[in-house]
Design a binder for this molecule. Sequence first.
Ligand SMILES: [Zn+2]
Length: 221
Amino acid sequence: MSNSGAGRLSQTRSRSLQAGLKNDLKSSKEAEKLSSEHSGFLYFTAGVHPHEAKHFTDETSAVLRTLLENPQCVAVGECGLDFNRNFSSREDQLSAFEKQVALACELQKPLFIHEREASVEMVEILEKYADQLPRAVIHCFTGTADEAKKDIDMGLYIGLTGFLWKDRSDKGVRYALENGIIPLERLLLETDAPYMYPKINDKKVPATVRETFTEKVIFWF
Ligand SMILES: [Zn+2]
């Protein structure tokens, strides 16, 4: 990246932080504005996070559609289901998610999906639209290997973050990766900054992985 590119990125990052890292309509609009100021350099997604699903109305759908028609907008999301925290009721989450899936199918924009403890319900909704589903990624996947297999079988991509370092389960993300359940061609790496940073000092980091750390890597983490 050029110096001016790095400068613009750091400026952008601080502005994003000032704007608040929230995934609702307001932040989608702010993201659109930011990307229009850096056309060809920054792209954005537009969607309503499951935490904000209680605010999803017909008006929301209309505004979302306008945002999604912008060529700089590359995906619908984050949208999805979070039955771990339930900041919006399950009914509101299911309804807002399905409306956004329908919109993604209609406009053929990729889906950027957030899913926590709601794999069954998410798959149920996606299956309804299986024949018209655009490409979709389960971002920051934290589920089990069985759930990953279901997602892969549906043609979805899996986004992995520093959660890999926090995974304590025997049949979770690490198991899925080591056993080829998540093929590399379906794997996306993401930071999900600032939440899911890798814990490189974790006791569970295998020696083989620890040995490959360079000083540069340690500096960044
Ligand atoms: Zn998320």
